[in-house]
Design a protein around this ligand. Sequence first.
Ligand SMILES: [Zn+2]
Length: 354
Amino acid sequence: MNNIILSKKHRRVTEALTMKIPDRVPFVCLIDLVFASKISGVNVSDCFLNPNAHAIALEKTCEKFSDIDGLYVNLCFDKTELEDLKEEKDKIIIRTHGEITWEMKKDYVGVAKYFGIKDFKDKRIREADFLRPMNTVFRKIRSNIKNEFVIVNGFTGPYSQLVFLMGIEKVLMGMLDEPDKLKNAIKSRVEISKDWIKSIYEAGSRVVWIGEGLASCDLISPKQYEEFVLPYEREVIEEFKKYNIYVILHICGNIDNTLELQVKSGADCLTVDKTDISFAKEKVGRSICLTGNLSTTDLALKSSGFIYENSVNCINKAKKDGGFILSSGCLVGRNTPEENITAMIKAVNNMGYY
Ligand SMILES: [Zn+2]
């Protein structure tokens, strides 16, 4: 691995992730298939159900915004591997491994709606392998794109995997009624993840993000995060570290009270969404890289001048001493004007150099 000559973008991002000072603040925005589908001129739902179309959309976005340093692979399913697919008038309904029924409005991503697994002891929790098409997307992206840009491969944290399999209500109830059974169920998702992590390494990924959006302080308390999420996050991150893969941990919304706990996960970088980046930087010091934290609502609704000013502010607050990657705080929405992404690029180019 040491002999690989990295592109300028890869080097810049790696330096930020390892708390060195890069030439410039990297810009790896939380752009995924939703924004990229628009750039590619296809429906979001088509990318959600087709790793090939998904890969092409990300490639086209890299080519169009060639100054970005990277972007993200997110959830995807392979139409040909589904257990069932029904097209209705205004939506598509699919069933994946693990007996999860997903509903998808045309031109939207799928949402897990109905859950076949009802019991924390159900053996299918230990077997359901339904998230790997993200890795298929990564594999399909052309190597010249992957060599130049940092394509952050997707991975779902063990806690959020269980939420996909059983629904958030069931998991939240489990914290109160059956905490030990719930922990065993989450733990079994760590075990099944190990082979997935190996395949992520074999696909050539250098950076992954762990989507653990459902572990937000908006949904669970710091104490619950510490008990039901963190130990299992830490185990999968240890596994990634065996392969020298860098990890960005993404928890949506307000993370004021879990920042210090998240540092203990062993991740290389935390996403700062609704928490102010100065506050976050003060809390974690130089212990971990941070990425964020432009509001996705502002990105969708405000002018490019406003976004430029906000990006400059964010850079000024977080750039010092390295360990910062400019991004939106969460995934860039479908209606985000292209010029707002260009405004963020302009801000790193004008104000991001060290
Ligand atoms: Zn998010």
